[in-house]
Design a protein around this ligand. Structure first.
Ligand code: PHE
Length: 509
């Protein structure tokens, strides 16, 4: 048996390869390589060879071939002769009683060898039924063939190999070895390669004489351990791109706390409206109030709520500033839109047409279940221009939905305190087989736009969607708690692919 390969370091193997080539000119077969008298292990050798090849110090070829080896039984026959030869040798010149054969050669050889020896006419039956030799000497061909195989790991006669394999005396093994030659940068000295170009190298000029390690562009690279975008943020990015394509500007939504004024009052939402209840809205305790909203605008809001104006009779109740001062976590991003429209009306040079959007977090004091959390994200688009109509709103929503891959939509009349007319947006969901609500929309009321300071002929159309619903559909998540919150699996965030909304129809229009 060949000695077992010993573990050797890649550096030692590389040096062995270089020294051997230096001495012999090349390595015809790596099978002959020895490290401290031991054969070397193929996998480690392959590592050393590919590293030397990358540095162009050597070139190598892989050679695969079949190697014939003896089985345990084959090795025994090679050493001690075939069963039939053992039987022949056990029969002395004056004959042997049949009953004694097994004692001399063992039961197995006696059983297998006897018949063969008879067939070969090496032995026969003499007088008294004794076994006698029929020839003076024999050639044990099986033993000779096995000896050839043991020595050369092959045999010139393929039929012999097939026959001995069938008799389970030898078998075939696949063997790999390498043929190695000098490469263009052959040397017996392995210079440590530089991996980084440093400031010192540049200053001293030493980079000119250094051997730099080549980039391995096939390397898989290290998986980044951080910086994964949450699926919601991936979908948000897609929505942002749609808005940008349509010429919208992003509103600053980085403030979760708003006054009731911008969240409700400026939106013509009466102070007794149930949505302003503690059960629906999170109010702040500390600080609980702020009066940092424009006072002139506030006066107009107060008036339109209590006594009317801008063509409206108002709600006819006693509007209170304290109520408008209450701080809350914004319940919708329309709080930001109302503030932005005020700024648009009061910007230097006065009103100009504008298209705004926002995608951010809002908060509602809701019972948490599989599809509701106390916080979620809204996607909102707002367009302000002279003479806009409901037709414009329907048209914009259609284009917007097409761009997000939703083509089959319908509108249903609805009610919002701040829009008239108002429309819920429904889309036909193939999977559920029914119409599902995907958003809300409308034309802002004059009672809202007037106090904000927008000119009479300016109309503002707007729509809002949730970000969670399309995200859950896109990523096949059916419980919102798997998407957001402490039960959210970080691996889900790391492994999910980037978002591509299905835009079969939309991109070109
Ligand atoms: N603010 C509304 C909501 O929270 C959505 C909406 C936005 C409706 C703009 C009309 C116009 O559902």
């Amino acid at each position: 048996m060949a000695a077992a390969a010993v573990p050797v370091s890649t550096d030692d193997l590389a040096q062995l390869v270089l020294n051997t080539i230096d001495r012999d000119g090349a390595i015809a077969s790596s099978a002959d390589l020895r490290f401290q008298g031991q054969p070397v292990e193929n996998q480690a050798l392959h590592g050393a060879l590919s590293s030397l090849e990358r540095r162009e110090m050597i070139t190598y070829e892989t050679i695969e071939f079949d190697k014939w080896v003896l089985t345990a039984e084959g090795a025994d026959i090679e050493a001690n002769g075939s069963h039939e030869a053992k039987v022949f040798n056990a029969v002395p010149a004056d004959g042997l009683a049949i009953g004694d054969l097994a004692k001399k050669v063992g039961a197995e050889s006696a059983k297998i060898g006897q018949g063969k020896a008879f067939k070969n006419k090496w032995i026969g039956k003499g007088k008294n039924g004794q076994l006698v030799r029929l020839v003076a000497s024999i050639r044990d061909v099986t033993q000779e063939d096995l000896a050839t195989i043991k020595k050369t790991h092959a045999h010139p006669d393929a039929k012999v190999l097939a026959e001995l394999k069938k008799r389970k005396l030898c078998d075939k093994e696949k063997v790999t070895h390498y043929r190695v030659a000098k490469g263009p940068h052959f040397s017996t000295v392995i210079v440590k390669q530089a991996t980084d170009l440093t400031v010192d190298m540049l200053l001293s000029g030493s980079w000119q004489n250094l051997d730099f390690k080549k980039y391995n562009f096939d390397a898989l690279g290290q998986e980044p351990s951080g910086g994964h975008l949450h699926p919601l943020m991936k979908v948000r990015e897609e929505f942002r791109q749609i808005f940008f394509e349509m010429g919208f500007e992003e509103m600053p939504t980085n403030r979760y706390v708003e006054s009731s004024f911008w969240n409700f009052d400026a939106l013509f939402q009466p102070q007794q409206h149930p949505a302003r209840d503690m059960h629906d809205t999170f109010f702040l305790k500390n600080p609980a109030t702020s009066n940092r909203f424009p006072k002139a605008c506030m006066e107009q809001v107060k008036q339109v709520h209590s006594t009317g104006g801008f063509g409206s009779i108002g709600y006819g109740y006693d509007w209170k500033e304290e109520e408008a001062e209450k701080l809350l976590l914004r319940t919708h991003t329309t709080a930001v839109s109302s503030n932005m429209l005020y700024k648009l009306a009061h910007q230097e040079g006065g009103f100009t047409p504008a298209k705004y959007f926002s995608i951010d977090r809002v908060f509602r004091n809701e019972t948490v279940d599989a599809t509701h959390l106390a916080e979620f994200h809204q996607v909102e688009g707002v367009i302000a221009d002279v003479g806009l109509t409901l037709g414009d709103l329907i048209g914009f929503i259609n284009v917007f939905c097409q761009k997000m891959g939703v083509t089959n939509i319908r509108f249903k009349p609805a009610y919002n305190p701040y829009t008239e007319p108002s429309m819920e947006i429904f889309s036909y969901h193939q999977g559920l087989g029914k119409w599902v609500e995907i958003g809300n929309s409308g034309m802002f009321r004059p009672e809202m736009l007037g106090p904000l300071g927008l000119p009479d002929n300016v109309r503002v159309i707007a729509w809002g969607l949730s970000l969670e619903r399309p995200t859950m559909i896109k990523y096949g998540i059916d419980n919102i708690r798997e998407l957001l919150g402490h039960k959210c699996d970080l691996e889900m965030i790391q492994k999910n692919p980037i978002c591509r909304l299905d835009k079969k129809m939309g991109r070109e229009n």
